[in-house]
Write a protein that binds this ligand. Structure first.
Ligand code: DQA
Length: 157
């Protein structure tokens, strides 16, 4: 199984950019941690970053057939890119939206993701762990489905 990790706009600046919000880890740090996790999970990983919406659309369109799922941090495109939303809606493989910061605890304009309704799910606010959980979710979704309402769900008691 091959999983594609896509990092969108401005995420090449991680480690230098607003560290109080996004942390110290660079994109290379994140990608190498994900590669290690992928090895433990027995899956192959490809990591790419672009600041260009059209490039991200091209990679999403090309993903089916090559990759089983996509873990995607779109950066600011999250909040307004109908082109990325349409690309996600157009492909049959699951796309898991991830964010380092908790977008719901920040400025109002970040509270809305135009992508979330067409994503398989969203993980927000866990720092680098958001990506790791995103990768786990991608692998579990592809291997075993969603398990909705089944005994594996964690309950309050
Ligand atoms: C982000 C959140 C976005 O609102 C922001 O524009 C980013 C990063 C995150 O990972 O927390 O660039 O996607």
């Amino acid at each position: 199984m091959k999983i594609l990790v896509l990092h969108g706009v401005n995420l090449n600046l991680l480690g230098q950019r607003e560290k109080a919000i996004y942390g110290q880890a660079t994109l290379d740090d994140i990608n190498s941690g994900l590669r290690e996790l992928a090895g433990q999970l027995g899956v192959e990983l490809e990591c790419r970053q672009s600041n260009h919406e059209g490039q991200l659309v091209d990679w999403l369109q090309q993903a089916p057939g090559q990759y089983a799922a996509v873990v995607f941090n779109p950066g600011a495109y999250t909040h307004y890119s109908i082109a990325l939303r349409d690309a996600i809606a157009a492909i049959a493989i699951p796309v898991i939206e991830v964010h380092l910061s908790n977008i719901y605890a920040r400025e109002d304009f970040r509270h809305r993701s135009v992508l979330a309704p067409v994503a398989a799910g969203q993980i927000s606010g866990m720092g680098v762990l958001s990506y790791r959980l995103g990768l786990l979710a991608a692998v579990e979704l592809v291997r075993g489905g969603r398990n909705d309402g089944e005994e594996k769900c964690i309950t309050a008691d």
